[in-house]
Design a protein around this ligand. Structure first.
Ligand SMILES: [Zn+2]
Length: 201
């Protein structure tokens, strides 16, 4: 039996979300449609509110309100201007903040070099990084990327880009199996990884 085009469309969109395969997308779509508590309606409202009010900080890429751009992580004067933590995704910033062991600034490159998903250097958000590197107060860059092959290649690219500057470069000491990293770490592991970071330069 062919699916209704409307349902097919919904499944296609849900299946594009990270970590959700086709089968999960089917279960989510059917549950949304049949849920007695109108989760569907609540989800539509929440999505609309989020779309209208939430954005990525124009300076660091963290999730922030449209009315609060640059975000609090960039403007809070109690944070340490001498350390800049580079991450792949805004979600990584949330994880590191929740671990509560880092008080510097952030810069999100919005992805990683990935030939498999056709993402190259030009797709990464690097345009404002150079200006951040020229900040005279900056003393250390933490490359807080994951440790799969693509993230390692991206970290190497960033290292090469930064190493010409007179800035200490480090990475979190991840006691985690290869192929995982920041995005998958629990708060305690992440905290330890930040505290005992490895110096690269
Ligand atoms: Zn920001």
């Amino acid at each position: 039996m062919k699916l209704l085009p409307e349902l097919e469309n919904l499944l296609d969109i849900i299946a594009k979300l990270p970590g959700i395969g086709r089968r999960s997308a089917e279960r989510i779509a059917i549950d949304l449609i049949t849920n007695k508590n109108d989760v569907f309606g609540d989800l539509i409202n929440a999505l609309e509110k989020a779309k209208n009010n939430i954005t990525c900080c124009s300076k660091c890429g963290a999730i922030t309100l449209r009315t609060e751009d640059p975000c609090k992580l960039c403007t809070d004067s109690s944070r340490d201007d001498t350390v800049l933590c580079i991450v792949e995704n805004p979600a990584d910033i949330l994880l590191i903040e929740q671990a509560g062991v880092y008080n510097g600034r952030y810069y999100c490159i919005m992805g990683k070099i990935s030939p498999m998903s056709n993402t190259g250097i030009s797709d990464l958000q690097l345009s404002k990084l150079e200006r951040r590197l020229e900040n005279k107060r900056l003393k250390e860059i933490i490359l807080a990327l994951n440790n799969d092959v693509e993230s390692e290649a991206t970290a190497q690219f960033l290292y090469d880009k930064i190493s010409g500057h007179n800035i200490k470069i480090s990475r979190p000491a991840m006691g985690l199996p290869a192929g995982s990293g920041i995005s998958y770490a629990d708060q305690i592991t992440l905290g330890q990884a930040f505290k005992s970071r490895l110096r690269l330069q």
